[in-house]
Design a binder for this molecule. Structure first.
Ligand code: FES
Length: 87
């Protein structure tokens, strides 16, 4: 048993079952069905692993599967955005 999403305790078998039996073809569908990527880390590890599984099972490329990320991709202190004193 390979754990893919540690935060939500989702295995590779769970993902493959969702693809084969429930017809999931996108990361969004897998997230809705399994809560994948919705844990504490917000999918920092599991989304790329899941995208690779999805690519392998569907024959799609990773570029087709992965969403375009909206900035900021990493956490930043609000002071960096609003200035040192919030000005
Ligand atoms: S490992 Fe999947 S949300 Fe954290």
């Amino acid at each position: 048993m390979k754990i893919v999403c540690r935060c939500e305790d989702i295995t590779e078998e769970d993902i493959i079952k969702a693809i084969e039996e429930y017809g999931c073809e996108t990361l969004a569908e897998l997230k809705q069905l399994l809560r994948l990527g919705m844990g504490h880390c917000q999918g920092r590890t599991c989304l790329i692993l899941t995208a690779k599984i999805l690519a392998r099972k569907t024959g799609k490329s990773l570029n087709e599967i992965l969403p375009s990320f909206r900035p900021p991709a990493v956490a930043v202190e609000i002071g960096l955005i609003g200035g040192e004193n919030g000005k």
